[in-house]
Design a protein around this ligand. Structure first.
Ligand SMILES: NC(=O)c1ccc[n+]([C@@H]2O[C@H](COP(=O)([O-])OP(=O)(O)OC[C@H]3O[C@@H](n4cnc5c(N)ncnc54)[C@H](O)[C@@H]3O)[C@@H](O)[C@H]2O)c1
Length: 370
């Protein structure tokens, strides 16, 4: 079988995880080209790909380097684009690639407006290509086991869930990239740092959204436009309540991230640096113990990005090969984005926002809100 030919667009911090995931799936895929408007960054990633391939004895050719993705897509024979630019460019770049019938794996958040998210979903459908969003924590073994327990009905009725992200990001972090914390290219901590856990909360509750109430503020980061603290209450159509507390203000460093799911016959809390450790696992059926689950499914991770890009790539490749939906397709990626943008709108108008399918909310509409 021919290898799928990948290109990476945007060669900053997170692109290293994509390089690693491509190499870990080398039997199925190869990296043909890399692109960054700052060409030096693309050169570095091209070198890194080759060096890491040699270290692992993987046959590889140095990817071609570009500073213009349009030129790259004209010159190279690419099947799949991994889009790792600043969030505010995801929609524009994705739509360009999808219209050229390239499969697209886009970093989170998939877009900065629900209209753009819908456009991406429709364009992928129209061109008969796959669109997936990098919510890699869905593939953590602890998270997969939690979702399995839900699918098996072990919780009974789930009445509530809570996502808490108590982190610290200081001035040095924001100074490193001037797009961070801007309404147009990033948003605040809810959409950047908390989006994975928000995605997981809604995935576990597994119901459409009824309404969202949000309160946000900027308390300790006057040099960014968007929020550094947010609290959200979600009412789901199945009656369950979702609670979110997310912040980058915790003194003096990252404290913890947890996902709690409460059911009539079970309680689970997942924690760790990126939801990679089971902290509480207690079911009425007693078919497994906390110690056993921790031993089997807790993992060690190098940083907050975790190890999820590798299985996410596997799942995406599988979806292309077998023409099935990837686990986090465009519609799935849109769910956490909807919750966050509805929370921003709720803050702006001081009321709960009801969900409707044709919501048109754009992050940039909140400029000057806080
Ligand atoms: N999945 C995760 O856990 C995770 C973690 C970190 C970041 N991210 C997401 O990944 C994205 C990138 O984050 P980052 O920290 O790597 O940012 P970064 O600033 O380090 O890198 C972004 C790169 O994109 C390049 N770029 C911008 N426009 C381009 C264009 N038109 N063509 C080619 N390159 C272009 C920039 O020059 C820059 O090098 C963000 O959307 C962020 O939310 C995801």
């Amino acid at each position: 079988m021919n290898k799928l030919k990948f290109a990476i667009i945007g060669c900053g911090r997170i692109s290293g995880n994509h390089i690693k995931a491509i190499l870990d799936n080398f039997e199925d895929v190869e990296l043909v080209s890399v692109c960054d408007i700052l060409k030096d960054r693309a050169e570095l990633r091209a070198d890194e790909y080759l060096i890491k391939a040699q270290e692992k004895n993987i046959p590889a050719i140095r990817p071609n380097v570009y500073s213009d993705y349009r030129e790259m897509l004209q010159k190279e024979d690419i099947n799949v684009c991994a889009i790792c630019t600043e969030s505010g460019y995801h929609a524009e770049v994705s739509l360009y690639c999808l219209n050229l019938k390239k499969h697209v794996l886009v970093e989170k958040p998939m877009a900065m407006s629900l209209l753009d998210a819908d456009r991406m979903i429709q364009t992928a459908q129209k061109n008969n290509v796959k669109l997936a969003v990098c919510h890699q924590n869905r593939f953590n073994p602890s998270i997969q086991k939690l979702r399995q327990a839900i699918d098996e009905g072990r919780f009974g009725r789930i009445f509530a869930g809570t996502a808490r992200i108590l982190w610290n990001r200081n001035k040095e972090y924001y100074d490193k990239a001037n797009w961070r914390g801007t309404w147009k290219l990033d948003g605040g901590c809810l959409i950047n740092q908390c989006t994975h856990n928000i995605d997981l909360l809604q995935w576990m509750i597994n119901s459409e959204i009824n309404s969202v109430y949000g309160q946000t503020g900027n308390y300790l980061h006057p040099y960014i436009q968007a929020e550094d603290y947010g609290s959200i209450i979600i009412k789901f159509k199945n009656g369950a309540i979702g609670n979110i507390e997310g912040t980058v203000c915790v003194y003096p460093k990252n404290l913890k991230e947890t996902l709690t799911i409460l059911g009539e016959k079970g309680t689970v809390i997942i924690g760790g640096m990126a939801l990679n450790k089971i902290l509480v696992w207690d079911f009425e059926d007693k078919i497994d113990s906390l110690e056993e689950m921790q031993q089997k499914y807790n993992t060690e991770i190098p940083n907050v990005f975790g190890n999820g890009h590798n299985p996410l790539y596997k799942n995406f490749i599988d979806s292309i090969r077998n023409n099935i939906n990837p686990l986090v397709d465009g519609n799935e990626g849109k769910k956490s984005l909807s919750i966050i943008l509805m929370a921003y709108k709720s803050q702006k108008y001081s009321r709960a926002i009801s969900y409707s399918k044709d919501l048109n909310i754009r992050s940039e509409d909140f400029e000057g809100m806080l």
